[in-house]
Design a protein around this ligand. Structure first.
Ligand code: XMP
Length: 512
């Protein structure tokens, strides 16, 4: 196992995923983990991630320096490299130079870490501080025009560092560097394979649940579907699945999800609950985004709890609550960053304490791409595995302002047409997420010689790695044109369509 120590960098998860892609297990630990805790975990190697701080900042996350003395190889990336430099009496210059984007790495010596790299390589930089010099025991391997120490190694102490981000795709030889570190330097074994895990997972679930039953909320999304399928394989009809329709789901969603669970997977206990009236009633007149999210979150838990109580009475064996939590969800909720300001209160199903059910999370160890691989091993159709993310509050956060039945109808139709067009022209799988949003303004148009005064629809399609940052997708003009024409012609109440070309940050993916 390779342990990634997280200093709050946006790429920490990506580092762990890269290591797993090499077939080696990787976990993330908080920056204040002690050296003795790490020793007990017996990792083959340690990676110190990047992070937004400067090693000189007051309150900067500083790890236990004994981590560097365990005899376990340590690779520092960006802030991680600066930490190693600081602990080893190197010269770290604060805030002298901000370097961001694609740069050329000049490799002087490949050493062990950069084995296989050419004299010049493209890399991705994103830093404010830099290391100017290292003590003699370190070999400086590479530099850039503005960064004298872009990579170093000390094979005696097994300390390695790179200033650039090897984990992102803009560093094409990044995987080679990870391979060098993980296999040649750490001598880790390749024993992490998702396909082989299926049987082990199912027998683990059987043991964990015993003769009891599990109740679970499903949304039709990838995570809950794969988790429910695994549970179903493990305990069969002792799984009770509940799908709550909050009235904010997309066109065709009910049929798709119900069809899959009932007809395809043949779940005996699948309950579709239409709670839309309750939700829409509570949302009447509400325009504030956070208010909307809160109402939906609370009402969701209420509706779910009501069904759980009813089922518990009939089936006393229900002792577990199944959840589709995946690895990043768990890590993020375990480490609320002090600095991270609350941008949106993401709503996902949280267990009300009084339910007194034990939680079972079949996917707690996995990343999204691994969940998809597991799902394909379970023969879940690609159409479900490759679905774009859909937020818990559903269409509510894509209708700016008040949610009314008319606005819901318009948005549902427009969204359906946009997605259908993307699929027809092979664009759907190329983007991370795509959808339509309804702007609560009307504009003037002309249709068949008559003036119209109708709503504006904004189309959004983004590319992203993890939803934390995103770029607008360069969808071919012709595809946008077809979607726009269809929406204006087929959806009553719309006379204008926009394409959203904002990036995250500073925008967000969703509108509220
Ligand atoms: P934002 O809008 O924050 O979205 O850029 C990032 C990603 O998160 C999804 N999202 C949510 N997912 N519950 C969820 O399960 C939520 O409340 C929620 N809000 C946003 C969003 O669709 C995008 O993929």
């Amino acid at each position: 196992m390779i342990l990634v120590i997280n200093f709050g960098g946006q790429y920490s998860h990506l580092i762990a995923r890269r290591v797993r892609e090499l077939g080696v297990k990787s976990e993330i630990a908080p920056y204040d983990i002690s050296a003795s805790q790490v020793k007990n975990m017996k990792p083959a190697g340690i990676i110190l991630s990047g992070g937004p701080s400067s090693v000189y900042d007051e309150g900067a996350p500083i790890p236990d320096r004994k981590l560097l003395e365990l005899g376990i190889p340590v690779l520092g990336i960006c802030y991680g490299l600066q930490l190693i430099a600081k602990f080893s009496n190197g010269k770290v210059l604060a805030g002298k130079l901000k370097e961001f984007g694609k740069k050329t790495l000049k490799v002087k010596k490949t050493g062990k870490l950069l084995k296989g790299l050419s004299r010049k390589e493209q890399i991705w930089m994103s830093h404010g501080d830099l290391v100017e010099g290292m003590p003699k025991v370190f070999t400086v391997l590479a530099s850039t025009d503005s960064c004298p120490v872009a990579a170093f190694e000390d094979n005696g102490k097994k300390l390695y560092g790179i200033q650039f981000h090897a984990e992102v795709v803009h560093t094409p030889k990044g995987m080679r560097i990870f391979r060098n570190f993980v296999f040649d330097i750490c001598r880790a074994k390749k024993d992490w394979s998702i396909k082989d895990l299926q049987g082990k997972l199912i027998s683990g679930l059987k043991k964990e649940i015993g003769n009891n039953s599990v109740i679970m909320g499903v949304s039709g999304g990838v995570d809950s579907t794969v988790a429910a399928t695994l549970l179903h394989r493990a305990i069969g009809d002792r799984l009770y699945c509940v799908f709550i329709d909050h009235g904010l789901i997309r066109k065709g969603e009910k049929e798709e999800v119900t069809g899959f669970f009932e007809s395809k997977l043949r779940f005996r206990h699948f309950y579709f609950i239409d709670a839309s009236n309750k939700f829409l009633e509570k949302l009447k007149g509400v325009t504030d985004p956070e208010e909307k999210r809160k109402i939906i979150g609370h009402t969701f838990i209420e509706a779910f709890e009501e069904k759980v109580l009813e089922l518990e009475k009939k089936h006393p064996g229900i002792k577990f609550l199944g959840q589709g939590t995946i690895y990043p969800d768990r890590i993020e909720s375990a480490q609320p960053s002090k600095e991270a300001s609350k941008i949106k209160s993401h709503h996902n199903l949280t267990l009300p304490e009084r339910m007194k059910l034990k939680v079972v999370e079949p996917l707690r160890e996995f990343y999204k791409d691994e969940v998809r691989k597991l799902g394909s091993g379970l023969k879940i159709p690609e159409s479900i595995l490759n679905r774009h993310p859909f937020p818990g509050p559903g269409l509510a956060i894509r209708i700016l302002g008040e949610i009314t039945p008319e606005r819901l109808r318009i948005l549902r139709e427009a969204d359906y047409i946009f997605i259908d067009t993307l699929r027809k022209f092979w664009q759907y799988d190329k983007v991370w997420q795509a959808f339509a949003a309804l702007l609560p303004v009307k504009s003037v148009g002309v249709m068949g010689d008559a003036r119209t005064y109708d709503y504006v629809i904004s189309l959004r399609a983004v590319t992203s790695v993890d939803g934390m940052t995103a770029d607008w997708a360069r969808i071919p003009d012709v595809v946008l044109e077809i979607a726009s024409n269809r929406i204006i012609n087929e959806v009553r109440g719309v006379n204008r369509v926009l394409y959203d070309i904002s990036q995250k940050p500073p925008s967000t993916i969703e509108y509220e």
